[in-house]
Design a protein around this ligand. Structure first.
Ligand code: PEP
Ligand code: MN
Length: 340
């Protein structure tokens, strides 16, 4: 159920509707928009009776929601969401977001050398895993909290916002201490306790698409985070498993317009994990921006041949510089993607 308030509804009208929803044992989620406030009801198992709301002061209409998702949808919020990061940066606004950095933080020297390039490129966000979800338990697992401390120092030294993965709920506690955006990886897209914990965080959440996730499953994972009260969710298309052998994953760029039609959330593209090959990152980055992505997340390395993880897909710092100028040029010529 979605309660749409009249344009002239007062704060008191809104508070009354919220109180009534709580009284019924449900949870209200209010989103003020430029023209009206919408209050979404979650926590109900079946349909909610609209009658108690219809005659309340300030209520324009009570709409039954028949889709499986509510908070992620354009019905709830018809305007695109702009997610604020660390006070003065944003994702989903007019400026294209570029998140760049190594797959994993390997050392202070490595992180600082790469961060210098990221800063110089004009990007606002630095990525790097301190906790790595590796297929093999014997592969490099990341530096753990030590890596997060290095990331916090990068933030301090360069003013870049830190995007880093939490593998579990205790990882969220740590990212909250040292980072700016909680990344939830493809392998964890349906880790529901992790999604709920991230939903109670004050930090934005970058939610990667699962390796074999359908669009609805991905959007419902975002719904998990939002249902706990954290509306700052950024989606990231990073490729899915198909029969293709020429790429690590198949980057599904059609997901961008597909998401746009349903959701107000920003969508990023990850051409690094989406292809797995250095030489494919640039063409797919260009295509992602051309398809209307709100930004890119790119793996780069000062010595890709020596990288402890994902070296094959890492761009050199020079390649990264070229990529930024190319995608900026593309972003400038394409009109902002219409919502809906
Ligand atoms: C990563 O960003 O390094 C990562 C592990 O990504 P994904 O979860 O998309 O595989
Ligand atoms: Mn990686």
């Amino acid at each position: 159920m979605l309660i749409v308030m009249k344009a002239d509804a007062t704060e008191r009208d809104i508070a009354e509707v919220e109180r009534r929803i709580t009284e019924l044992g449900f949870r209200p989620h209010s989103v003020p928009g430029p023209s009206r406030t919408a209050i979404c009801i979650t926590g109900n198992q079946g349909p909610v009776d609209p009658t108690p709301f219809e005659n309340m002061s300030g209520v324009a209409e009570a709409i039954r929601v028949t889709k499986p998702y509510k908070l992620i949808s354009l019905d709830f919020r018809p305007e695109k969401s702009v997610v604020k990061v660390g006070g003065d940066a944003e994702i989903g606004g007019d400026e294209m977001a570029i998140i760049a950095g190594p797959c994993a933080i390997e050392s202070r020297e490595q992180a600082f050398e790469i961060a210098e390039s990221v800063k110089r490129s004009g990007a606002r966000f630095f990525r790097g895993g301190a906790f790595k979800p590796r297929t093999s338990p014997y592969a490099f697992q990341g530096l753990g909290e030590e890596g997060l401390k290095i990331l916090a120092d990068v933030r301090e030294a360069f003013g870049l916002k830190i995007v880093t993965e939490a593998l579990d709920e205790s990882g969220v506690d740590l990212v909250e201490r040292y980072g700016d955006v909680i990344q939830i990886g493809a392998r964890n897209m349906q880790n529901f306790s992790l999604l709920r914990r991230a939903g109670r965080s004050h930090l934005p959440v970058l939610l990667k698409r699962g390796l074999s996730a359908m669009l609805d499953e991905w959007l419902l994972a975002a719904e998990y985070v939002m249902s706990e009260g954290n509306y700052n969710v950024i989606l990231c298309e990073r490729g899915v498993r198909t029969f293709a052998q020429h790429t690590r994953n198949t980057l599904d760029l059609a997901a961008i317009p597909a998401v746009r039609r349903i959701s107000h959330l920003p969508v990023l593209v990850d051409p690094s994990h989406g292809t797995g090959h250095n030489y494919m990152v640039m063409p797919l980055a260009r295509a992602g921006v051309a398809a209307g992505a709100d930004g890119l997340i790119i793996e780069i390395h000062n010595h890709p041949e020596r990288a402890l993880s994902d070296g094959a897909q890492a761009l050199t710092l020079e390649q990264y510089d070229n990529l930024v100028s190319e995608v900026k040029a593309i972003h400038e010529v394409i009109a902002p993607a219409p919502v809906g």
